[in-house]
Design a protein. Structure first.
Length: 239
């Protein structure tokens, strides 16, 4: 089990402070994140628990995904850079910081961040940073936690890249529907409360922020995982 600094505080998000290996990456649209938002969709495997945790990072405007989801392609056909203000750009910048330089990152990861395969098998300690987002309709600002790579831990297996899809994957085999649709491992009343909360939000990020403030969700890893995911079997998919 990885050592931690017990004086460091956590955001409470499942990935924050976790030691993980990247086991799958695909570029593609995720309708549960938002219409027309292209994302780098990561699957992280927790090195301590063995659990898979999915997290999507928006890549910003001006990009398309290759047919198999393994590459980012400029939508104009002209060379362009990934925006540092996108969630994926922020993740790339954190990898550069963790490895020390762009040159070192290119050497260790072995390619371009437009390729999903460079991340496969890499191991990291995850962290978060505070970012401020602005609602394009109302102009209201809010602060949220964004995931970054806090420390490079080396390389493990190979994982898989590509096969992107615009629809969520099937629910985990272990998720068993209860009478009210609640997956196995979560209280039915809490499930209904979370689904109702999800229906009050137009985007997944604002729902996650609100859900993680609930006392019943704090420290409840099963509930947190169902809140963070957007795939079939998650709270967001059930709304």
């Amino acid at each position: 089990m990885a050592e931690i600094n017990e004086w460091d505080l956590s955001s409470g998000l499942p990935l924050d402070g976790a030691s993980v290996e990247v086991t799958k990456v695909e570029f593609g649209f995720n309708s549960n994140i938002g219409a027309g938002i292209l994302c780098a969709n990561f699957t992280f495997t927790d090195l301590d628990s063995g659990e898979d945790i999915e997290q999507s990072f928006s890549v910003g405007d001006g990009w398309d995904a290759s047919r198999d989801g393994s590459e980012l392609i400029s939508s104009t056909g002209r060379p362009r850079k990934i925006s540092k203000n996108s969630n994926y750009g922020r993740l790339i910048a954190s990898a550069i910081d963790a490895l020390g330089s762009q040159e070192r990152a290119a050497e260790v990861l072995g390619g371009s961040p437009r390729s999903a395969s460079i991340w496969l098998g890499t191991r990291w300690r995850m962290g978060t940073v505070k970012v401020t987002t602005t609602n394009p309709t109302t102009g209201a600002q809010r602060e949220r936690d964004a995931f970054i790579f806090a420390e490079f831990l080396g390389k493990g297996g190979s994982g898989s890249a590509g096969a992107a899809s615009s629809t969520p994957a099937s629910a985990p085999a272990k998720a068993k529907a209860a009478d009210n649709g609640a997956p196995d491992g979560i209280d039915g009343d809490l499930w209904e409360k979370l689904v109702a909360l999800a229906r009050e939000h137009d985007d997944h990020e604002s729902f996650v922020e609100a859900a993680l403030e609930l006392d019943e969700v704090e420290g409840n890893k099963t509930a947190q995982k169902l809140v963070m995911s957007t795939k079939a079997g998650s709270v967001w998919a059930a709304r």
